[in-house]
Design a protein around this ligand. Structure first.
Ligand SMILES: *[C@@H]1O[C@H](CO)[C@@H](O)[C@H](O)[C@H]1NC(C)=O
Length: 374
């Protein structure tokens, strides 16, 4: 069975993880302390950053450029002040969002989770969580990382479209499919954004995406139905593609018990899991590396972003989650963020609030034996 292969390689990976250690240099953070010494140095840093991120200003846009420089400099001062703090478990850097202030970042449609009030309401004050039976906790692996087990596609970019929910859902479907069939296939966010009943770039929910894929009988691959809503404008559903290509299917989906770190650990030890977080904090916008323990809200009513949980681990006694974002690879740690696993009821950025995963039984996958017979 394919899953036993994954469990064996899980142990191998745990070894590899303990050997590697986080590197911290000016390349990762995007600046070196000497860049802050003079205005010309700051300006040339800004020019280099613009070049790296494909930003170009014409002579007519001089005012806008100087406004961006002003914000860039303010962000850099805050980044550097944070990085000088003793004892912080994470570093900030000049991410691709370094020329936006926090308000602009919130308005830039990088998020897109619809708040499912009906699911949160009765549970919000449930802070007297019951610990999971210790038998479950004891049986869990010390660390899990589905990236090294071949169940996670490369980091994608939702652009300026509130389609995080679609990227979170495709990531979970890709994981479930890879584990059941042994092959990692990237599937289409664009089909979810344009064809499912959800409101596309105006936000959605991962469970609604799973439901749609089940009812549709499958989802097209990324290759056949590529992402084109990057600018925030979506085309109409391509019904021809939708009818013809039901390349990857799922059999159902399940919600994880909310407000339980153990339940979420147990879920992600079996497959990548769709989770919701509050992702509009300034130090989230500028996260570069390490274990994030920043200023995001941990109130479940503030969740605004859907992402993919791909594992967990510990680093020098600091426990963390491994989260795949959909903001491209020039944000965070190659597009990923490690977030503190701190034992609080709602979790860092309320990550325990709204988690779910698709179900896929190995038997409904195209059987390898059947192919061999034909
Ligand atoms: C995380 O931040 C909180 C609040 O600032 C602090 O009390 C806690 O010690 C931090 N945890 C770690 C591991 O640094």
């Amino acid at each position: 069975m394919a899953s036993s292969v994954f469990w064996v390689s899980l142990c191998v990976f745990a070894l590899a993880l303990s050997i590697s250690s986080a590197s911290e240099d000016s390349h990762v953070l995007g600046y070196s302390p000497s860049d802050l010494h003079s205005e010309p140095k700051l300006l040339s840093l800004f020019e280099a950053w613009n070049l790296k991120h494909g930003k170009h200003y014409t002579a007519a846009q001089r005012l806008e450029k100087s406004r961006r420089f002003h914000i860039f400099r303010e962000n850099l001062m805050r980044i550097d002040a944070h990085n000088k703090k003793e004892g912080s478990t994470f570093k900030l850097g000049l991410t691709r969002f370094a020329d936006l202030n926090q308000e602009e970042f919130k308005q830039s449609r990088r998020l897109g989770l619809k708040l499912p009030v009906h699911r949160l309401g009765s549970l919000r004050h449930h802070s007297n969580r019951k610990p999971a039976p210790s038998s479950i906790v004891n049986d869990l692996a010390g660390s899990v990382d589905w990236r090294s087990l071949g169940a996670v596609t490369s980091v994608k970019d939702q652009g300026m479209c509130g389609s995080c929910w679609a990227f979170s859902a495709t990531g979970a479907i890709e994981g479930a499919n890879a584990i059941a069939t042994g092959s990692l296939v990237s599937v289409s966010e664009e089909e979810l954004v344009t064809c499912s009943s959800a409101s596309g770039c105006d936000g959605g929910l991962m469970d609604e995406a799973f439901e749609w894929v089940i009812n549709n009988g499958g989802i097209a691959t990324e290759e056949t139905y590529p992402y084109s809503s990057y600018s925030g404008i979506s085309a109409a559903c391509n019904t021809g593609l939708e009818e013809q290509y039901k390349s990857v299917s799922i059999d159902g989906y399940a919600d994880v018990t909310p407000y339980s770190e153990e339940a979420l650990m147990e879920a992600v030890s079996k497959q990548p899991v769709s989770v919701a977080i509050e992702a509009s904090a300034w130090d989230f916008q500028l996260y570069a590396e390490g274990v994030y323990n920043g200023t995001c809200s941990s109130d479940p009513y503030d969740i605004n972003h859907g992402v993919l949980l791909v594992g967990y681990g510990s680093d020098n006694g600091v426990n963390y989650w491994i989260v795949k974002n959909s903001w491209g690879s020039s944000w965070g740690d190659g597009g990923y963020i490690r977030m503190i696993r701190n034992g609080s009821p709602f979790g860092i950025c309320a990550i325990h609030s709204l988690s779910s995963y698709p179900l896929k039984h190995a038997s409904t996958a195209p059987a390898i034996a059947a192919i061999a017979e034909s």
